[in-house]
Design a protein around this ligand. Structure first.
Ligand SMILES: [Zn+2]
Ligand SMILES: [Zn+2]
Length: 333
């Protein structure tokens, strides 16, 4: 039996829960969970905001642990090896997208907490293509959030071939945004942090921002017109997106990795003049995750985390919901 923490109804406290995972399939890896990050998506599914949650619901998709068992066809990891697992736990491996290396775009990809039990448990299973060896120099207590929040903000850097000469803006300095600042700074870009909280200026600069703009200050926003090649939005709030389109240079891109509540509105003319785009992306492919881990090792990049134990899971959820987490919450056994 696997011992987990589950909610039996939307938004209700998590309680100990046991389930029988059945036999380990040929391509599956069973991970003994050491740490698991708590992500905003866990809260979204816990509350069933998308109508996709099945109860009992076991959250957790930023897993770090050691391989406890492998199926008879697994060749990529060994028992005892330390690994990470993120949002996806299986892709079909034969559709056009998987065959092109874009396993994250596979239409039948299995998601670690959707229709199956996640990583808030002593063990969790996934198919080998999504179980990544963790480089030894990354701290296992901190690395979990790289597998969801980290890859979400690293993926656009790779997808859009961001260059060290580019000027980049990051909207929102939270769980995703703080990692974006670290990655983009190390990538060599000139980085501007946009935040509605002016108290975050010093922190944002420590995290790698060269400049800070108070997103509620219309004069400060007027000064950055025609400044950026890429603006990455990590917030889950509606903003005046025309302001950010105007802040782009020609061929610039306003890119969404955070889910905003309402339709994104803009006049087409703002995109036509200057050939600008609005786009979005999910987490990255296994190859991009590997690239991110390699880059994180080389530049000593880790998320800023706060640790709770698994039996404090409900306190950890309340802390993340309060908006006070700096910046990612990680649970440990
Ligand atoms: Zn997540
Ligand atoms: Zn596929």
């Amino acid at each position: 039996m696997i011992k987990a923490y589950a909610a039996t109804e939307p938004g209700k406290l998590l309680k100990p829960f046991e389930y029988d995972p059945g036999i380990l399939l040929s391509e599956q890896v069973e991970i003994n969970v050491e740490y698991c990050g708590l992500c905003h998506s866990d809260l979204t599914f816990w509350k069933n905001e998308l109508g996709l949650t099945q109860y009992p619901f076991v959250p957790g998709h930023e897993v770090i642990g050691t391989v406890g068992a492998i199926g008879d066809r697994v060749t990529t990891v060994k028992v005892g090896q330390r690994v990470g697992l993120g949002w996806y736990s299986h892709s079909c491996l034969h559709c056009q997208w998987c065959m092109s290396g874009d396993h994250n775009l596979c239409s039948t990809a299995e998601q670690t907490i959707v229709g199956r039990y996640g990583g808030f448990a002593d063990k969790v299973r996934a198919n080998e293509e999504w179980v990544m060896p963790l480089p030894k120099s990354l701290d296992p207590a901190k690395a979990g959030p790289l597998f969801c929040g980290g890859i979400t903000v690293f993926n656009p850097i790779v997808q859009f071939d961001i260059k060290p000469t580019d000027r980049v803006g990051v909207i929102g300095i939270g769980g995703l945004g703080h990692m974006a600042l670290r990655f983009l700074h190390a990538w060599g870009c000139d980085v501007t942090a946009f935040s509605s909280n002016p108290n975050k200026e010093a922190e944002a600069k420590e995290l790698g921002a060269d400049h800070f703009v108070n997103s509620l200050d219309s004069q400060a926003l007027a000064k950055v017109v025609n400044s950026f090649d890429l603006i990455l939005s990590t917030v889950n709030a509606d903003l005046d997106w025309s302001v950010y389109l105007n802040a782009l240079r020609p061929k610039g891109r306003l890119h969404f990795v955070g889910i905003v509540p309402n339709p994104i509105q803009s006049l087409a003319i703002l995109m036509i003049v200057g050939q600008k785009s609005i786009s979005g992306s999910p987490l990255g492919s296994p190859a991009t995750v590997t690239k991110m881990l390699d880059f994180a090792v080389r530049h000593n990049i880790e998320p800023v985390t706060e640790i709770f134990t698994f039996d404090q899971v409900n306190e950890a959820i309340a802390h993340l919901e309060s908006g006070k987490a700096r910046y990612r919450v990680v649970l440990k056994h």
